[in-house]
Write a protein that binds this ligand. Sequence first.
Ligand code: ADP
Length: 268
Amino acid sequence: MATNWMVRTEVLTKLYDGTVRALDGVNLSVEQGELLAVMGPSGSGKSTLLHLLGALDRPTSGEVYVAGQRLAEIRDVDAFRSRTVGFVFQLHNLIPTLTARENVEVPMVGRRRQSRAQALLELLGLADRANHRPATLSGGERQRVAIARALANEPQLLLADEPTGNLDSSSGAEVMDAFQRLNQEQGTTVLVVTHDTAVARATRRVVVLRDGKVERDEAVRDPYWHDLQEFKASGLGQSLLEGRVPQAVLGVGLEALLTQLQGVLSAV
Ligand code: ADP
């Protein structure tokens, strides 16, 4: 197996109760340092995939390799999880009686916990919130503390299940910004399960599951490309493509701009 794979699954299949085919022969490879989203309708197998990658559950058949290790061969699964994988869930599950920094220290192994926790909070832009309890933090801040906690033992792989599901759009953007920074500055591989297209657009690859199978697997284009696609699908975009300029915009000096737009739209 090539050493630059962080995750690799081979014909990964999971049946619940012997009948519900939650994952059906998934082959997925994720390189070290990727930032990707897993999308798909409810029930398509996203959480199941995440659980199998994090060794929270076992497959019915097929293989999972994480950081070069075949999960089926690992004896001490708890040690593997605490060293290699960090989890972020929709509900942050912070301990309410502890401060942000103490919450980050909880799963830490080894020495100098306090200063390491402080450094992680700084990395996530929370240096001045270290002594706050969860109740006095915003939703986005709480989720970033949960991310810091997931990073407690410097995992190579961060697995997040709907991490922005409970947040408004600006807190969700804070969380995605944190994932992007971690990915770029620390090289952490990040896999985010999400329903949210704004979250997916903040990644670089989107894998879409349907009925337990990979339906699509594609690179994310830049936001400009997405905006152009949206505009192309709009009424005005369609009119322009068909060479019809709506009467309402004629006569206000926009003809040259519209002709230019026609050219751009037919090229994307
Ligand atoms: P998603 O995360 O995309 O919503 P899931 O992975 O949670 O999908 O579920 C995939 C399928 O497996 C669904 O049909 C779901 O009902 C079923 N499923 C998930 N977990 C269990 C379980 N513990 N027992 C039985 N069926 C389950």
